[in-house]
Ligand binder design. Structure first.
Ligand code: DX5
Ligand code: ZN
Length: 236
């Protein structure tokens, strides 16, 4: 059961631990939870689907007892299916994957849900929204990449704004037909100076890696930056 930390359910903030201090990861995830994060965004890279290598199920299992908030696992791996049971067992609450990295997208979505996790598709900047066409009823969230996956600290790609509007319309049409709720998450280059237009374009969940972990925490920096992200988003 996902219970957002946010007082306003309109915007969920998901700090990406890709930019955290890995030598102090337990402290870092506790600090973002205390500072008001709604989700822990957990980037899994395999040096095959993306040109970088990060963390796996063992690290997910290690941080799970450190926080109450859901862990949002973003799989940038190919193939996808074999890792899903391992992450479900390691305490992941949400699992998203890139559809072109799975041979059987519908099956992969079913597998995630059968294991008790929320399921989502991730679309790269140049990946068509048509991937959503036949699976809307299997989705709990849609994640739009606003950078090319593989690294933190990249610049937001502006064409994501149009794509957000398109996908928001699709979600609304789906719900008007009695469909289940679907979150719309955006990932990459989200900062205090662009979050307002991102939320205005339709995002309800924002990943922020370098924006959050780049803040010095000694004087409550994580709290300050997350409050500012929410303040800017509310001003939209
Ligand atoms: C990129 C990752 C992102 C990344 C975002 O492939 O999926 O989650 O950590 O980092 P920022 O917010 O720094 O762009
Ligand atoms: Zn991510």
């Amino acid at each position: 059961m996902i219970t957002p930390n946010s007082p306003t359910p309109i915007l969920r903030l998901a700090p990406s631990i890709l930019s955290a201090d890995f030598a102090r990861l337990g402290e870092e995830v506790r600090a973002i939870e205390t500072a008001g994060a709604d989700l822990v965004h957990f980037d899994v890279m395999d040096n095959h689907y993306v040109p970088n290598l990060t963390i796996g199920p063992l690290v997910c299992e290690a941080i799970r007892p450190q926080v109450q908030i859901p862990i949002d696992v973003h799989l940038m791996v190919e193939p996808v299916d074999a890792l899903i049971p391992l992450f479900a067992k390691a305490g992941a609450n949400i699992i998203t994957f890139h559809p072109e990295a799975s041979k059987h997208v519908d099956r992969t979505l079913q597998l995630i849900r059968e294991l008790g996790c929320k399921a989502g598709l991730v679309l790269n900047p140049a990946t068509s929204v048509e991937w959503l066409d036949h699976v809307m009823d299997r989705l709990d969230l849609i994640l739009l990449m606003s950078v090319n996956p593989g690294f933190g600290g990249q610049k937001f790609i502006p064409s994501t704004l149009d794509k957000l509007r398109t996908v928001r319309q699709r979600i609304e049409a789906h719900q008007a037909r009695g469909g289940q709720p679907i979150w719309l998450e955006v990932d990459g280059g989200v900062k205090t100076d662009n979050i307002a237009e991102i939320v205005r374009a339709g995002a309800d969940t924002c990943v922020a890696g370098s924006a959050v972990f780049g803040a010095p925490d000694a004087d409550g920096g994580y709290h300050t930056v997350m409050r500012e992200l929410r303040r800017q988003a509310a001003a939209h």
